[in-house]
Ligand binder design. Sequence first.
Ligand SMILES: Nc1ncnc2c1ncn2[C@@H]1O[C@H](COP(=O)(O)OP(=O)(O)OP(=O)(O)O)[C@@H](O)[C@H]1O
Ligand SMILES: [Mg+2]
Length: 225
Amino acid sequence: MHDVWKVYPNGVEALRGIDVRIDYGEFVYIVGPSGAGKSSFIKLMYREEKPTHGVVLINGVNVKRVRDWKIPHVRRKIGVVFQDFKLLPHMTAFENVAFAMEAIEMPRRKIKPRVEEVLELVGLSDRMHALPSQLSGGEQQRVAIARAIVNNPSFIIADEPTGNLDPENSWDIMYLLEEINQRGTTIVMATHNKEIVNTMRQRVIAIEQGVIVRDELGGEYGYED
Ligand SMILES: Nc1ncnc2c1ncn2[C@@H]1O[C@H](COP(=O)(O)OP(=O)(O)OP(=O)(O)O)[C@@H](O)[C@H]1O
Ligand SMILES: [Mg+2]
């Protein structure tokens, strides 16, 4: 991101001159107080929002210039994970993950083996025909992670992925993300989870009032909430 500003229509300046470079293979935590601009930062990365000013380059592509019809192609390289899982309620775990491959028109014969592979990776082989409502929160988030990685993205963006989970499930999700990162996927994760950030010791970028105030390798959470 180069001199990136995000000003919402109501005049709120959510990001004010963000300059940052995240390299392939990194694991980055985005921290900061509520309203600091973390989700805005994340939304610019997967082109949910466009920057008001400045340049966001993802894999060398200027996201502002991407035509709407091409967004799925850009997003194919990005897996997204949310606090509230965002699974489709009428589809099974298998179908939720398969849907992400169908959306980019993968050939049918490739879908089933790949979906089974990623569901096994997240430890859900035995639950793949369950609906989201039949799964625990931790299991639902693992389905969401399977969906995020199924198309082999170069990175994963997660906005408070452990926000709705108890500590044990939160750690399961973090070990999973760590493993995915070790396989080469870049991970950028906004979080309020002090314990996780202080234990995992990755790069920490702190945002306050739309400005990066700290950017440290092996950093700490640094807030009391
Ligand atoms: N769509 C929007 N329209 C107007 N203002 C918005 C919009 N989205 C966010 N904001 C404002 O932009 C600022 C940054 O919000 P953002 O969601 O990026 O913060 P955050 O760091 O993710 O906070 P939290 O920790 O509570 O999730 C806040 O003042 C928020 O009210
Ligand atoms: Mg947020």
